[in-house]
Unconditional design. Structure first.
Length: 276
C-alpha cells in the first residue's frame, strides 16, 4: 500500500472526526486505516486538537482505558452563536412573517440544512455532560432541528406521532391538553425507547408548552427520565414550563393577535461568555 503523507492523513482524520461528532473512535481505527503506528496517530491528533482549539472549531479529547480513543465535539464560539441567533431573530421580525392565529412562518428556516445543523450544535453544547440516550420530538416541524441535535450528540432521534401506525407495532398512546382548551393524542412505539434511559426533548416552537408537557408525560409511561427541554422558538414566560432545564434558541413576546410577535436570542444564550 502506498504510504500516505502526513498532510493527507491529517485532512482525512479531521474529516472522519467531523463526520462522527461526540463519538469515541479508537486509535486502532485510524492506525489500521492509515497503516501508521499508534504513536504516530497520537502525534497527528495533537496537531488536530491544537488547530481546532486555535480556530475555535470544536474540542478534541483523548479518552484512556478499555473504551479509549478520541472524541470530537463541535463547539461554535458563543459570540458566533449569539450573532447567528440575532440574525435569525431579525429575519423572524421582518414584515410578512406573521401568520393567522399568532404564529410565525418558520418553514424556510427549518428546511435550511446548514442553519439547522448550527442550531443543533448550539443546543447540544449544554447537554454533552447529561448522559443523553436519545432526542425526542413530535412530528413534523420539529424534526429538522431535533435531528441535527441528535447528530451532534451522536444519539438516536425518536419521533412521537399524533396517531399510532400499524407498521410500528404496539404503541403507547396518551391524551394531553394542547394548551388551547382541547385534547390531543400522542403515540410512540413500545420498541422506540428503553426503560431507564435519558431523553432530551427538542421542538421547533412552543407557546403554552402543551406538546412539550405531553412528551414529558409520555416518557413517564416508559420510565424514561427527561434531562431537559430545547426549542428553536419559545414564548417568554414568568415561570418555566416545569422543573426541567430549558434551552430555547430564541424567545418571543407578544401573542401575534393583540400585539405583534417580536423574537430575540434567548437570555441563557446571550449570558454565555463570548471568548469561546
Amino acid at each position: 500500500m502506498e504510504k500516505i503523507k502526513r498532510g493527507e492523513r491529517l485532512v482525512a482524520m479531521t474529516r472522519m472526526l467531523a463526520d462522527n461528532p461526540n463519538r469515541v473512535i479508537p486509535f486502532k481505527v485510524f492506525s489500521e486505516r492509515f497503516s501508521a503506528a499508534k504513536s504516530t496517530i497520537s502525534e497527528d491528533m495533537a496537531l488536530i486538537e491544537k488547530a481546532l482549539a486555535n480556530q475555535r472549531l470544536g474540542h478534541l479529547a483523548t479518552l484512556t482505558g478499555a473504551a479509549g480513543g478520541v472524541r470530537f465535539r463541535p463547539l461554535m464560539p458563543w459570540a458566533q452563536a449569539q450573532q447567528l441567533m440575532q440574525k435569525v431573530a431579525d429575519s423572524l421580525n421582518e414584515p410578512g412573517r406573521a401568520l393567522p392565529g399568532g404564529y410565525l412562518y418558520l418553514s424556510d428556516l427549518l428546511s435550511n440544512p446548514a442553519l439547522t445543523r448550527q442550531m443543533g450544535n448550539i443546543l447540544a453544547r449544554p447537554c454533552y455532560q447529561l448522559g443523553i440516550d436519545f432526542v425526542l420530538t413530535m412530528e413534523t416541524k420539529g424534526i429538522p432541528v431535533a435531528m441535527m441535535t441528535a447528530d451532534a450528540l451522536d444519539v438516536p432521534l425518536v419521533i412521537a406521532r399524533r396517531s399510532s401506525k400499524v407498521y410500528e407495532g404496539s404503541a403507547v398512546n396518551i391524551n394531553y391538553p394542547d394548551g388551547k382548551g382541547g385534547i390531543e393524542t400522542m403515540s410512540l412505539s413500545r420498541r422506540a425507547v428503553g426503560e431507564g434511559q435519558r431523553a432530551l426533548i427538542v421542538d421547533d416552537f412552543t407557546r403554552r408548552g402543551g406538546t412539550a408537557l405531553g412528551m414529558i408525560e409520555l416518557m413517564k409511561e416508559f420510565n424514561v427520565q427527561v434531562a431537559g427541554l430545547a426549542f428553536m422558538l419559545a414564548q417568554e414566560r414568568a415561570q418555566p414550563l416545569s422543573d426541567l432545564p430549558e434551552w430555547p434558541l430564541l424567545t418571543f413576546r407578544g401573542d401575534g393577535i393583540t400585539a405583534p410577535m417580536v423574537a430575540q436570542p434567548a437570555a441563557w444564550l446571550m449570558a454565555q461568555e463570548t471568548e469561546g
